[in-house]
Write a protein that binds this ligand. Structure first.
Ligand code: SAM
Length: 264
C-alpha cells in the first residue's frame, strides 16, 4: 500500500484513505512478505531471551504478528493506526487460537503508548517508511531493553541505475527510496549493529499481496464505476502492480536485522 503520507494519521477522515482501505482491506497482507521470510529473519538473532516481549509496528492484518507469536511462543503487541486491520488481526488470531498471545493496540507509530525498555524485539514489516527508516529506528530504540533487537523490511533500489520508467514511477510514489548500503548506514547511525539482511523473493510480492489485490480490482472498478476518484486510485494500484511485473530486478524489499548497541 504505497502512500505518500509521512505519518498515515494525517489522512484520517480523508476520502482518499477511505477508498484506499476499501480497495485493500481483507487481503492476506498489506505489503510484500511471507511467513518463510519472517521466520528466516527471526532465525538470524541469537541470544533472544526465552519468550521475548515483542512489538510489531504497522502490523496491518497481522500475518507476521501471528507467525511471530507462533514461532516464539510469546506475547506480541501489535500496533496499527487503522481499526480495519486491527479487527482483521483479532479475527485471524482467534481462528488460529492465538488470541491470548496477541494484543492489538490502535496508535500511531510516532507516539506509541509504551514505557521505555518495554520490549526485547521490535518488528516492522513494510512500515518504517511511514516515518522514514532513520527516524523510526531512532524513535523506537528507547522502547527496547539493553541489547534489544529490531527487524524491518524496506523497499530499496537493487541497481545503481534504475530503468527510467521505474525511476519515474517511484520518483512520484516513494521519492525517499534508497538502497541497501544507505539503510545499513542508517541502522548504524541510529545506534544498532547490523546482524544481517536479505532480499525478499519475488514470490513474497505476489502470493500474499499483489496477486490477491489484482484479483479484486475488477470488482472495485465496477463498484467505483461512477466515481472518478475511486477509478483513479484503482488505476494507480494497477499501475503499481504493472511496474513490479515489468521491473522485478530493479527494486526489492530488503529484510534488515539489527541489535541495539545501547546499554544503560
Ligand atoms: N506489516 C503489515 C504487512 O506486512 O502486511 C502491513 C504493512 S503496510 C505496507 C503498512 C502498515 O502500516 C499498514 O497496516 C498501515 O495501516 C500502517 N500504518 C500507516 N501509518 C501508520 C502510523 N502512523 N502508525 C501506525 N501504523 C501505520
Amino acid at each position: 500500500m504505497l502512500t505518500r503520507s509521512k505519518h498515515g494519521a494525517n489522512f484520517m477522515g480523508d476520502r482518499t484513505f477511505d477508498i484506499l482501505l476499501d480497495i485493500h482491506h481483507g487481503l492476506p497482507r498489506q505489503g510484500p512478505g511471507d511467513d518463510m521470510c519472517t521466520r528466516r529473519a527471526l532465525a538470524m538473532f541469537d541470544g533472544l531471551p526465552a519468550a521475548p516481549d515483542v512489538l510489531d509496528v504497522g502490523c496491518g492484518p497481522g500475518m507476521q504478528t501471528l507467525a511471530l507469536a507462533e514461532a516464539l511462543g510469546s506475547e506480541v503487541t501489535a500496533v496499527d493506526i487503522f481499526d480495519v486491520f486491527l479487527d482483521e488481526l483479532r479475527d485471524r488470531a482467534q481462528e488460529r487460537g492465538l488470541d491470548a498471545m496477541v494484543h492489538p493496540v490502535k496508535a500511531s507509530m510516532d507516539a506509541m503508548p509504551f514505557a521505555d525498555a518495554s520490549f526485547d524485539l521490535i518488528w516492522a514489516e513494510g512500515s518504517a517508511y511511514v516515518m522514514g527508516v532513520g527516524e523510526a529506528l531512532q524513535a523506537w530504540r528507547p522502547l527496547l531493553r539493553d541489547g534489544g533487537c529490531i527487524a524491518f523490511t524496506e523497499m530499496v533500489w537493487l541497481v545503481d541505475e534504475p530503468p527510467a520508467e521505474a525511476a519515474s514511477f517511484f520518483g512520484q510514489e516513494y521519492p525517499a527510496m534508497t538502497d541497501v548500503p544507505t539503510n545499513l548506514q542508517l541502522i548504524r547511525d541510529a545506534g544498532y549493529e547490523v546482524v544481517g539482511h536479505f532480499t525478499l523473493p519475488d514470490s513474497a510480492w505476489w502470493d500474499n499481496y499483489y496477486a490477491p489485490l489484482e484479483a479484486r480490482l475488477p470488482e472495485m472498478r465496477r463498484k467505483y464505476a461512477d466515481d472518478p476518484q475511486g477509478l483513479d486510485m484503482i488505476a494507480a494500484s494497477q499501475r503499481e502492480i504493472d511496474v513490479r511485473r515489468q521491473f522485478p530486478d530493479a527494486y526489492g524489499y530488503e529484510f534488515f536485522v539489527a541489535k541495539s548497541t545501547y546499554m544503560t
